[in-house]
Design a protein around this ligand. Structure first.
Ligand code: SF4
Ligand code: MG
Length: 325
């Protein structure tokens, strides 16, 4: 299966330093041997509780942070081997949309300058060509072009997210990481922004890695979903199958946290026990075992590796809930 972007045995460890000399006393294994790929034109939803490493994984996939080990392949090439010139070209192909557009938008820039900024930095374009492109981009994302001489604070949260999207698509990228990019918005505004992202995906042929802490946000936008727990990818499945039959007990627990659509539709639930353990000293064996209601002796000693279950699905669990044979 050809991937647009692929992680191979990807690792990102952060050293923990102590004392005046900054002695390294341990590592946070934020991303710990992750393998997966995003196919051209798809939306891959990446979910997990905060601190599970999903944002770090997204940033390492874009080479905004350097991996500790393993590879990130973009169109088959290991981007960590790319020279400065190739990297600059890759920067145009891969973009990010953040959770908080206010934090990533310079408050003293006019909207026209904010949206035009990537063009000024990466393209040799005249000022009037940039203005034309800014107008085109504002129309694409549903912003009123008459407001292009305004400042970010004059826009609502949803509109600022549209500004962030306009900046992200300005250079015609192929791949966009959306990191919690609708999480801070009201539910009704969320769905407007999600609809916009799906429309742009169709029109511009975009591929998304869509990061969120809750499954409900990724449900409708994703073709496939990956579930992360303490630096590990524990399940990957087509979205509809994941929701119909979660394979990993942690996936089922995340689903149990979603409000039921109606009281009649009860599904049997798993409630998460205890706190998320520290990624510094993760539990032995299966990292989920202290919180897993299905844990057995083997789970405490032996790490479960990702296994295929059914078509196009993988689960890292010794006792998966779904076995399609
Ligand atoms: Fe639970 Fe064991 Fe599966 Fe881990 S390997 S999720 S502890 S059943
Ligand atoms: Mg995050």
């Amino acid at each position: 299966e050809p991937y647009l972007v692929e992680a191979k045995e990807l690792k990102k460890y952060f050293p923990i330093k102590k004392g005046l000399l900054g002695r390294v006393v341990g590592h946070v294994k934020a991303v710990d041997n992750v393998n997966f790929g995003v196919r051209p034109g798809e939306t891959f939803g990446l979910v997990g509780e905060s601190g599970c490493g999903k944002s770090t994984l997204g940033r390492v996939m874009l080479h905004l942070q350097k991996a500790t080990g393993g590879e990130v392949r973009f169109e088959g090439r290991d981007i960590q081997q790319a020279g400065p010139k190739e990297l600059r070209a890759l920067r145009e192909e891969m973009q990010i949309i953040f959770q908080d557009p206010m934090g990533s938008l310079n408050p003293r820039f006019l909207i026209r300058d904010l949206i035009g900024e990537p063009l000024r930095l990466h393209r040799k374009m005249s000022a009037s060509d940039i203005d034309d492109r800014v107008i085109e981009l504002m129309n694409l994302v549903g912003l009123d072009v008459n407001r292009r001489n305004r400042y970010p604070h004059e826009f609502s949260g949803g509109q600022r997210q549209r500004i962030g999207i306009a900046r992200a698509i300005a250079l015609n990228p192929k791949f966009i990481v959306a990191d919690e990019s609708v999480s801070a918005l009201d539910v009704s505004v969320q769905s407007q922004v999600l609809n916009l992202m799906m429309k742009l995906q169709k029109e511009l042929g975009l591929t998304y890695l869509f990061i969120a802490h809750g499954l409900n946000v990724v449900r409708h936008i994703s073709n496939r979903v990956g579930v992360m727990y303490l630096g590990k990818l524990v399940e990957v499945a087509p979205a509809d199958e994941l929701f119909a039959r979660p394979g990993h007990p942690y996936t089922k627990a995340l689903m149990s946290a979603i409000p039921q659509p109606s009281p009649g539709q009860k599904r049997d639930r798993i409630m998460l026990q205890g706190e998320v353990p520290s990624p510094v000293n993760p539990p032995s064996g299966c990292r989920f075992h202290p919180r897993c209601p299905y844990a057995q002796d083997r789970c405490r000693t032996e790490e479960p590796l990702p296994q295929p279950i059914g078509f196009d699905r993988e689960v890292a669990c010794h006792f998966p809930l779904t076995v399609d044979l």
